[in-house]
Design a protein around this ligand. Structure first.
Ligand code: BGC
Length: 385
């Protein structure tokens, strides 16, 4: 019964959270306390989220908070404004306030060892949320998606966009390129960025080896491709620099691997400013650009044939899993894991619960995002929540 209530509440909260979100909003309340919930006879749970500049973290925070409150806990939800010291002090304060459990989506996964030691000293279990916390033995559980497979899906959708693969993943041998592709990665201090990259590169490498795909800039190391804090502006600037350095003499760019929708929008802006598109059906077509998170502005771009694909990770399910795991901990049980091998944080392998993700193309926006209630048809039409 409690679990059913939790799931229903999470669904309702996501709808509210997304409705309240302005779509890539300015995050002006970042760093501010979201306050504590009512009731709370189950005790206080601290929830630390990285930023409000991306819709997904707002939806995650709201859904986790609501689910915990429905399960009888008081919740201290904080956003760290993508600033490491802010998140560190928010977690310190949660411990001081007497939190019984922490759920943490880190900004820099290597920067929280002191906080986690303090939590362990106080007997407080820690669940890493979406992003693994590294270099600490005091991470007790990890809820996330299959991040390597997210990278595989990103690269697969790029190959589909180029026509090298059918949408069902079947090779189309007569399409041999060579295609000019540039590669973007996420923030190197986020463990997920490395998993997305590895999944994508493992998928693309055979095509690079066969000469179907070339990377004209030569920037094929994750360090060269990285985007600190996943920032849209940083990605736009790097795309502009690549266009200037490598595509000045009429060389045509065919596709860009992008690990996150905000980065994709920065890339698309740079490409449009340089004369590509504006859409993929124009004379000088927009290259195939991938993404992640099904942010509403990008879903609209996919519907309008500008961005090619994104990866949908249902944050409602992740929040539900975090709440279930927290309840299991606080009932004195070990949370149920479905992976005990993949996520080595440098000190130990953290038991994990992994969820699956889906590739979004223009032709399945309806079934994946609208029919499931993640976005409404009106929101997709407007490109705004
Ligand atoms: C998350 C992605 C997100 C990225 C930027 C990653 O840790 O797994 O869903 O796109 O952070 O916020």
């Amino acid at each position: 019964m409690r679990r059913k209530l939790t799931i229903a509440a999470i669904g309702a909260t996501l709808a509210l959270g997304l409705a309240a979100c302005s779509g890539g909003g300015a995050g002006s309340t970042d760093g501010a306390s979201e306050g504590s919930g009512g009731g709370g006879e189950g005790g206080l749970v601290g929830v630390a989220m990285p930023t409000q500049t991306s819709e997904r973290w707002i939806a995650d925070g709201d859904a986790v908070k609501k689910g915990l409150e429905e399960a009888g806990f008081e919740v201290d939800l904080q956003y760290g404004n993508d600033d490491i010291p802010t998140q560190q002090s928010q977690i310190d304060q949660m411990i001081t306030k007497g939190a019984k459990l922490l759920i943490v989506a880190s900004i820099d996964g290597t920067a929280l060892a002191n906080q986690l030691q303090a939590a362990a000293d106080a007997g407080i279990p820690v669940i890493a949320y979406d992003r693994l916390i590294r270099d600490s033995e005091n991470v007790d559980f990890y809820v996330t998606f299959d991040n390597y497979n997210v990278g595989v899906q990103q690269a697969t959708s790029l190959l589909v966009g180029l026509g090298v693969l059918d949408e069902d993943g079947t090779a189309v041998p007569e399409v041999t390129g060579p295609f000019n592709v540039e590669l973007f990665a996420g923030s190197l201090d986020d463990n997920n960025a490395h998993f997305f990259w590895k999944g994508a590169i493992d998928t693309l490498q055979p095509y690079i080896d066969e000469g179907v795909i070339t990377v004209p800039s030569g920037q094929t190391d994750i360090e060269q491709a990285a985007t600190l804090r996943w920032q849209q502006e940083t990605a736009q600037k790097r795309m502009e620099d690549l266009l200037t350095s490598t595509y000045g003499g009429g060389t045509k760019l065919d596709a860009v691997l992008s690990p996150y929708d905000g980065i994709s929008r920065g890339i698309i802006t740079a490409l449009q400013n340089a004369g590509y598109g504006p859409s993929r059906s124009d004379a000088n077509p927009m290259p195939v650009v991938t993404g992640q998170d099904a942010e509403i502005a990008s879903v609209k771009l996919i519907q309008d044939d500008v961005q090619f694909s994104t990866i949908f990770k249902d944050t409602r399910k992740l929040a539900e899993q975090a709440v279930v795991s927290a309840e299991q901990f606080l009932d004195g049980e070990d949370p149920e894991a479905n992976d005990t091998e993949t996520y080595d944080n440098g000190v130990k392998v953290v038991p994990s619960y992994l969820l699956t993700s889906d590739i979004v193309y223009a032709n399945n926006i309806q079934s994946l995002l609208i029919d499931t209630g993640y976005w409404t048809a009106e929101q997709v039409e407007k490109g705004q929540a």
